[in-house]
Each structure stands twice: as structure tokens, then as C-alpha cells.
Design a protein around this ligand. Structure first.
Ligand code: HEM
Length: 387
């Protein structure tokens, strides 16, 4: 389950908590129930976020040297920061992603998506195949993020490659050759970020002005560039794929009987791009009656929590607006709850509203394929054509 926390494993029988050994023999306490996952996420004193960005495959010295050659450092700033600086750093990022600023991007994004959907409709009409990941979803969140937060002047393709390399380096089961290649990729983009952090405007300038060190500024930008765009493009791809198999939901969207916002929430519940999130036990404690020694790695199975029958009426079915649909934990909970939730929801709502009609009468030529990963789905492609 550890590296494929979606698909069949997410529906299988599981105890409330279970120790699962990973590929290098480290045990993780996997937590499957909604109430327990929520308890962990909202209690940062007992279950600290310090290990959120730890590499699940220990990085060998040869790859560490490559990272060190790029002066790679990621001090705790956001997701893995249990220190006193967290609220202030989070506040500065939250200001940049304020709901008013997010809402102001909606018309621009709608026009862009509409343009793309028109082009893709023509392509489908003429019998061509269309990749809804590459041709629609992949770069949209990065383009919006760049309008909200000043980012280094790097080509979209380079940022996407760096972000996916980071997700693989820190969350995938890997061999040493691959780790070295990923370290080189992640390290060289880190150098770009370091230069930008020293001179860039917008968020970087605000963090500098608040007295944060260059390492903290780089670290915040690093996390935002990964968490703030890759997650959402994965979600858009997975949601569109899911909707291909939900003709009644699409019909409801057409007639207005089904609300776009409800489709987005049900999508987050059933197709979250982040399937697990980690915490570490800070003290000896218990969870659902199981003893948890201090230092235990806790894997909060977010995708499973969204399917808890104690919370959702029909856990495995895509029924927008059903009881419990919005109580998913796809964005986490508590002090570290996703600060970009509003932005991700806005982007998904625009894409569902504009692109769902594309899915009528299509055949899936190539469904999204997701590599082994502890946390991220990382779909690579989603190809359709008219039936
Ligand atoms: C569908 C898309 C997204 C999903 C599913 C998602 C999910 C998550 C999750 C599970 C966490 C950890 C929460 C916890 O520890 O309780 C998180 C944290 C975070 N996310 Fe997102 N995220 C998404 C999009 C975004 C976007 C668009 C941004 C910003 C542009 C963003 C920025 C962040 C930040 C900064 C944190 C760390 C917050 C903190 O530690 O204070 N995320 N996200």
C-alpha cells in the first residue's frame, strides 16, 4: 500500500492503524480512519510535522554531495516547520494567496481555459487525439501562481521538471543512480531559486523584509513551486479522468442540477492528488488504542479518510453534494492546513465548468498512469479521442 495508496488498496480492508514496513525496512504507522487522521493533523504537539519533507528513500552520500555542491538546504519553513517562525511565514504566504487576490484571477483563467478548450474541441472534431494533461492541465496552476507570486524567470517546462524531480526524490522508492540524477536536477534549480531569493520582488522581497534568512526564502519558494502548482495540475488531470466515467454527473453539470463546487469537493474526496501526509510522534502516546512510541513515523492516509463510511453516505461513489462529501481531508487540517486550498478550488472549478463538455462522447486512449510514490499521484498523461 505504502507506494500506491490509491486504486485497489484504498478500498481494501484495513485496521484503523497498522504498521507497514517500507522498502528499506523502516516501519510506518498507517492511519486509515477519518477521526484518527484528523486527530493527528490537528495536534501538532503530539504529532509534529517535522518529517513532512524527509526523503522516504534515504539519500546516499554520493547524491548528498551533488546537492551540497549546489548549496542545497531546506530549513523548516512551512509544511515541516513546528517552530516559532511558522505562523509568520505562513501569514506572509497566505497574504499572497488571499481569497480576494485568488478571485481576481478567475476571469483571466476562464478566458485561457476557454481558448484551450475551443482548440481541443476542434482537434477532437477532426479525429485527433488530445492529451488533457499536457494540452490543458499541466501548466495552468503554474501560470496562475506566477500571476499571484513573483517567480524566477524560468521556462514553464523547466519548473515542471524540477517539481516532479523533487516529488520523486523525496517521496518515491528509488535506486542510487536515479537519486543522483534527481539530485542534479533538483540541485541546479535550487541554484536558480537562490539567486532569485536574493533579488526577486513580491513574496521573496516580503520574506526578506520580514528578516528571514536567504535559506528560509529559498525554502519557502521551493515548497510553493512544488506544492503550489504540481498538486493542482495532478488533481485537474485525475478529476477530468474520473468525470469521463461519470456521465450522470456531466449531465447534471449541463442542466445545472449538479453544482461545479460540489463536483470539485467530491473530486478532492475521491481523487486527491496527495494520498498520504506524514507526521512524527513527538512523545510516547496512543492512537486508537495502539501504543505509539516517540519517533514513530505516522502516515496519515488522506485518500482513505475521505472514504470513511462513518463520514460519507456512499463512500466509493462519486455523488456531488452527498452527506460528508466536503469533510474530506485532502487539504490536511489544523495549523498546517493547505494555504492554497482556495486557489486550488478556484482553478478546479474553472476547469470543470469549461472542460467537462469536452468529455462527452470520448474514448479514453490512455488513462493517467501514476508511478510508485508515497504521497503524490503524479499522473503523466491522459489521452482521449472522439468515439
Ligand atoms: C489540489 C491541490 C492541493 C492539495 C490536494 C494540497 C494539499 C495539501 C496538504 C495535504 C498539505 C499538508 C497539510 C497538513 O499538514 O495538514 C498542504 C500544505 C500546503 N499547501 Fe497545499 N495542496 C494543494 C494546492 C496548493 C496550492 C495551489 C498552494 C499554493 C499556491 C499550496 C500551498 C501549500 C502550502 C504553503 C502548504 C503548507 C502550509 C503550512 O504548513 O502552513 N497547496 N497542501
Amino acid at each position: 500500500m505504502l507506494f500506491r495508496g490509491w486504486g485497489e488498496s484504498v478500498n481494501a480492508r484495513w485496521p484503523d492503524v497498522a504498521t507497514v514496513l517500507d522498502h528499506v525496512g523502516v516501519g510506518h504507522l498507517v492511519v486509515t480512519r477519518h477521526a484518527l487522521v484528523r486527530q493527528i493533523l490537528t495536534d501538532p504537539v503530539t504529532f509534529r510535522p517535522d518529517n513532512a519533507l524527509d526523503a522516504v528513500t534515504p539519500i546516499p552520500v554520493t547524491a548528498l554531495r551533488i546537492l551540497a555542491g549546489h548549496r542545497f538546504r531546506l530549513p523548516p519553513t512551512l509544511a515541516n516547520n513546528s517552530g516559532a517562525s511558522h505562523p509568520e511565514i505562513r501569514g506572509i504566504v497566505a497574504d499572497a494567496l488571499h481569497p480576494t487576490r485568488v478571485a481576481a484571477q478567475q476571469p483571466w483563467l476562464t478566458a485561457l481555459v476557454r481558448q484551450r478548450v475551443d482548440r481541443l474541441t476542434t482537434a477532437l472534431d477532426t479525429g485527433e487525439t488530445v492529451d488533457l494533461y499536457a494540452d490543458l492541465a499541466a501548466d495552468l496552476p503554474l501560470l496562475v501562481l506566477a500571476r499571484l507570486v513573483e517567480l524566477p524567470d524560468a521556462p514553464v517546462g523547466a519548473v515542471k521538471e524540477f517539481a516532479r524531480a523533487a516529488l520523486e526524490l523525496f517521496w518515491a522508492p528509488l535506486d542510487a543512480d536515479r537519486q543522483r540524477a534527481l539530485a542534479a536536477e533538483v540541485g541546479s534549480f535550487h541554484t536558480v531559486l537562490r539567486e532569485f531569493a536574493a533579488t526577486g520582488g513580491g513574496l521573496a522581497a516580503r520574506l526578506r523584509a520580514a528578516g528571514h534568512s536567504p535559506d528560509v526564502v529559498v525554502s519557502a519558494l521551493f515548497f510553493l513551486l512544488v506544492a503550489g502548482q504540481e498538486t493542482t495540475s495532478q488533481f485537474l488531470t485525475l478529476l477530468l479522468h474520473r468525470l469521463t466515467g461519470e456521465p450522470e454527473v456531466r449531465a447534471g453539470l449541463r442542466t445545472g442540477e449538479v453544482a461545479v463546487a460540489d463536483v470539485v469537493e467530491e473530486g478532492l474526496r475521491l481523487e486527491p492528488p496527495i494520498v498520504t501526509w506524514r507526521r512524527v510522534a513527538a512523545v510516547d502516546t496512543t492512537l486508537g488504542g495502539t501504543a505509539v512510541p516517540a519517533g514513530t513515523s505516522i502516515v496519515a492516509w488522506l485518500a482513505r479518510a475521505g472514504r470513511d463510511p462513518e463520514v460519507v453516505a456512499a463512500p466509493g461513489e462519486f455523488r456531488p453534494g452527498q452527506r460528508g462529501s466536503r469533510r474530506h481531508l485532502a487539504f490536511g487540517a489544523g495549523a498546517h492546513r493547505c494555504v492554497g486550498a482556495q486557489l486550488a478550488r478556484m482553478e478546479a472549478a474553472v476547469v470543470v465548468a469549461e472542460a467537462a463538455p469536452l468529455l462527452d462522447g470520448v474514448t479514453v486512449v490512455r488513462p493517467p498512469w501514476c508511478p510508485d510514490n508515497l504521497t503524490f499521484r503524479m499522473p503523466d498523461t491522459f489521452v482521449i479521442r472522439r468515439s
